[in-house]
Design a binder for this molecule. Structure first.
Ligand SMILES: Nc1ncnc2c1ncn2[C@@H]1O[C@H](COP(=O)(O)OP(=O)(O)OP(=O)(O)O)[C@@H](O)[C@H]1O
Length: 360
């Protein structure tokens, strides 16, 4: 059943349109991540769901309740049964972690509120630090308190606005897993905003990609990786490219040679296209195979954590390719790369006009 139903949400600020008719539904128990670059309208959409902004067009329903419709009813934020977690934690500095979590539970009475708050802090792994004040907690610990506070009221829907972006990489991954497991354990639905596609793909049951106030794609992480609907979505989810290619009689002519069109590609007219490839479609050539072989120049070799990566120039596109340690190669070397054409992502050739995303 759909818990959140956004229909043609439209929002203007002065002369700027932040949302151009965004529609989506979020199911009970689903974690839906909204991904997009800065300014794409993610926070605006979340604030509309929260009731912190009003729609200029369209409608928002929570369950059966119409909570906002342009010129129609409006349910204030405190009546929407939502939990919220923001980037900046927003804890009360003069209260302990326990009191921060217990505050929204005050109707239960002090003893019961503290009992429930402590249980929630335990779930996020912070019961031992319940008496600490925010200034004596790390960023990650403060965010766990904020998560406990948001979940303590048993919201119908949890709204998260870039909750991990102030934390360093290792902690982000740990806390992202914690958020996922606690939210799923409670069967709570969540709308989770991020500009980090890895975070969205790892956490979301579905991921929506926003661009310039529009929802470009809403699909499972797997579909998003396999079939990005546009070159923007491909690029924003880290596909490499673009390479100019020509399609003629069902064969693609790439800078390194001819390739078959991937199976299942919709029929396309002969002409110019742009090609993108995920890292998984590329591997160092070991001398055999049916795939196209391209020559790449090694620009450098870096170690990222435990992984060795070659920085390559592949026909004008620089990219990083994870390799086994023994394939670490000196800059300037030319190396052969197998290109798995079955995973090629193809889009109409771009115009050369500058765009907002690619200024001249
Ligand atoms: N209160 C406001 N007044 C005027 N313009 C606004 C206001 N809030 C947002 N905007 C504009 O609306 C557009 C969408 O902003 P929004 O904050 O929703 O984007 P976002 O995708 O969440 O970006 P970020 O990741 O940087 O937070 C932007 O162009 C922004 O400048």
């Amino acid at each position: 059943m759909s818990l959140l139903h956004i229909d043609a949400a439209h929002k203007r600020y002065d002369h700027h349109t932040a949302l151009h008719g965004v529609s989506l539904q979020l199911q009970e128990g689903e974690i839906l991540c909204l991904l997009g670059p800065s300014g794409s309208g993610k926070t605006t959409l979340l604030r509309l769901v929260a009731g912190l902004e009003r729609l200029d067009g369209g409608s928002i329903r929570l369950g059966q309740t119409l909570v906002d419709a342009a010129g129609g009813p409006f349910l204030p934020p405190e009546q929407r049964q939502l939990g919220m977690v923001f980037q900046d934690y927003a804890l009360w500095p003069h209260l302990s972690a326990l009191d921060n979590v217990a505050l929204p539970l005050h109707r239960l009475g002090r003893v019961a509120a503290h009992k429930q708050a402590l249980a929630m802090l335990d779930e996020v792994g912070l019961a031992a630090l319940a008496d600490r004040h925010p200034h004596a907690l790390s960023g990650g610990q403060q965010q766990r308190v904020a998560l406990a506070r948001a979940l303590a009221v048993k919201p119908r829907l949890l709204l998260c606005d870039e909750p991990l972006s102030n934390l360093d990489a290792g902690l982000r991954e740990e806390l992202r897993e914690r958020i996922g497991s606690v939210v799923r354990a409670h069967g709570i639905s969540a709308l989770y905003i991020t500009h980090d596609h890895r975070e969205a793909l790892a956490l979301g049951d579905r991921v929506g990609v926003m661009h310039q106030g529009r929802l470009q794609q809403l699909s499972t992480p797997r579909e998003l990786l396999r079939q990005p609907v546009s070159d923007f979505v491909a690029r924003f989810t880290s596909a490499h490219g673009p390479w100019p290619v020509t399609l003629r009689a069902g064969r693609l002519q790439a800078p390194w040679g001819a390739m078959d069109l991937p199976h299942g590609t919709a029929a396309r007219a002969d002409g110019q296209y742009q090609l993108y490839l995920r890292a998984a479609a590329l591997r160092l050539s070991e001398g055999s195979g049916n795939e196209a072989v391209a020559q790449a120049r090694v620009l450098g070799c870096v170690t990222v954590g435990e992984q060795t990566e070659l920085r390559l120039d592949l026909h004008g596109v620089s990219l990083r390719l994870p390799v086994a340690d023994e394939h670490a190669t000196a800059p300037g070397t030319v190396t052969s790369i197998h290109v798995n054409g079955a995973q090629a992502l193809i889009y109409p050739a771009r115009s050369t006009e500058p765009t907002e995303e690619h200024p001249a």
